[in-house]
Each structure stands twice: as C-alpha cells, then as structure tokens.
Ligand binder design. Structure first.
Ligand SMILES: [Ca+2]
Ligand SMILES: [Ca+2]
Ligand SMILES: [Ca+2]
Length: 307
C-alpha cells in the first residue's frame, strides 16, 4: 500500500506523473472493464496549471476522478484538490471521453507551442473553447482542513464546489447525483452483507502497469470506465476492495483517485467510498475512503444535504 492514485505528495506532482505516462486510449484497468456512459454523475477532474512553477500555465489535462453528490458539488480526494499554485484553475468534465476531446482540439488547432508565453496563451484559448462548448465547468476546490491526517484517518476528502459560480454542472449536463451513505451505514451492514453485495468502481484513470524497455508504464486514461470489484475488508476509515483479474474483477489505477466505489443495496447504487490508493502496479487492491464515517460527513455537511 503506497500510492495515492494520482501519485505523490501534491496534486501537481501527481499531475506531472500522469502527464508523463498518459497516452490516449482507455482508463481504469484494461482487464474486466467497460465504458460507463450511463454513469453520467461521474466526472474527470481537470486542471489548467503551472506544472514547473515558472509562472506560466503549461498544462490543461485531467488528473483525478470524482462524483457529483448534488447539483453543484463534486466529491473527490484531498490529494487531488491540494498542492496547486495561486493562478491554477480547476474544472470538472462529465464528458465520456475527455482525453479524446483534448487530443482532437490539438489536431485541429496545433501544433502546441513550446515557448512558455505562447503555450500559456494557447492553453487559455483552449480552456475558453472547452468552457464555451460545455465540455468543462469551472469550480472552487476545498479539502478537509485536517488532511493529510494520520494513520487512523487520512482525511483525504475534498470537493469542487460550484455554488458561487454562474454555471454549474447541472446547467450543462443531465445527471442524477450519487446517493451518499447514511451515518455508519457500512458498519451497520457488516462485512458479511458487504461481501455479498456487488461493488463497482468508476473513473478516468490509467491502465494497470505495462512492462516496457524503460520499466513499467501506465498507458491510457481520460475516458470514463467501470469495473466490478469485490469487498475485502472494512476498517474505521477505509474499505479495501479486491480487483484481481483472475477472479473476474477489474479495478482502479492512477487518475482514478477521488472516483466512486459504489455498493449495490436493494437495487440502488450507494457511493460507499472514494478511491485513494492501492498496490503500485494496480493488480490487486483498491483502498477507498469511507463516506459514512463521522469525519467524512463533518467535511461534507456544509456542501451537501446528507442522508
Ligand atoms: Ca509553467
Ligand atoms: Ca463478494
Ligand atoms: Ca452543494
């Protein structure tokens, strides 16, 4: 257990590693996964940011996942909302293939400039085009003030809020916000019922590790995919989910951070926990932050009506 599912210490470091690895194609793991066009409440977290800190914005890309939990609040991870610089801007896209849209723009409007000032101007024009097309909506990031917490509770929870913006995701896309759990709901259900239930992980992240001449890479990402996972264990703030290919399961990888892990209860999907970390090559385990805990609910309460 080691990897925040964007990557290391800050969102910017995480973004950087994603950029280095990403190439257009699919997301989540390649095994036992499928596109999820019906999961219209799940979106990509997109940033326009200064990756190298030279004062010029130099990247426009997705780097985490998340879920609309009401009309104007997108739930994600704190390690996705923190670490930016003052001029960075934050967006959510509920489009199915975000990477495809980003790539298509460059085909039509490129080549992408390399000079820092020209690149910043290009990316600002690209961002405005995406806003005008209704492919992204700009919002304000917030995170649990106790993040990064400690071993007992990482407090790795954040939101992008649109309450103070003229345009919200509900103005742009049709979606039904995800259902959050009630207080302590996973404890009340217990491990036996949780193991009997179906679990689904969704996100825009990269594929599992692929061996290459330079070591492991994680290709893909930027497209909304889903995969079945299986309940493994519950502790006070985490749900551990199995994602072994040999068991017919899929799973989450880099860029799926903040994305939903749904448990199906009485035919309804409940957003039980958000993807945070797992095993480095993305073959075995997804470790997700519980949303029915007191601390998660304390953080969410100002942003959304809790069940
Ligand atoms: Ca820069
Ligand atoms: Ca099971
Ligand atoms: Ca709200």
């Amino acid at each position: 257990m080691r990897r925040p599912l964007t990557a290391a210490a800050t969102a910017l470091a995480a973004i950087a590693s994603c950029v280095a690895f990403a190439a257009p194609s699919s997301a989540i793991n390649t095994y036992n996964s499928a596109p999820a066009p019906e999961r219209t409440e799940v979106g990509a977290f997109v940033g326009l940011y200064d990756r190298d800190g030279d004062g010029y914005l130099d990247r426009l890309r997705w780097y985490c996942s998340g879920t609309m939990v009401d009309d104007d609040t997108y739930l994600t991870a704190a390690h996705c909302t923190t670490g930016g610089l003052p001029d960075d801007r934050y967006f959510v896209s509920l489009e199915q293939d975000v990477q495809g849209l980003l790539d298509a723009y460059d085909v039509d409007h490129g080549p992408v400039p390399t000079d820092p000032a020209a690149l910043e101007a290009y990316l600002e024009t690209k961002t405005q085009y995406f806003l005008d097309q209704g492919w992204i909506v700009e919002g304000t990031p917030h995170q649990d003030p106790d993040y990064p917490g400690n071993g007992a509770d990482s407090h790795d929870i954040g939101v992008v809020d649109f309450a103070d913006w003229d345009v919200t995701p509900q103005d742009v896309w049709d979606f039904i916000p995800a259902t959050l759990p009630t207080a302590g709901q996973l404890d009340e259900l217990g491990s036996r019922a949780l193991d009997a239930a179906d679990w689904l992980t969704v996100g825009y992240g990269t594929s599992e590790a692929v061996r290459g001449p330079g070591g492991h890479t994680h290709p893909g990402g930027g497209e909304r995919l889903k995969a079945l996972v299986d309940f493994n264990a519950l502790n006070p703030t985490w749900v551990r989910l199995a994602m072994n290919a040999s068991r017919g399961l899929g799973g989450a990888c880099y860029g799926d951070s903040g994305g939903p892990n749904f448990v199906e209860l009485d035919g309804e999907l409940v957003l039980a926990a958000t993807t945070i970390t797992g095993d480095a090559p993305c073959y075995a385990t997804n470790v997700a932050y519980r949303l029915d805990s007191e601390s998660a609910r304390d953080f969410l309460e100002p942003f959304v009506d809790l069940p």
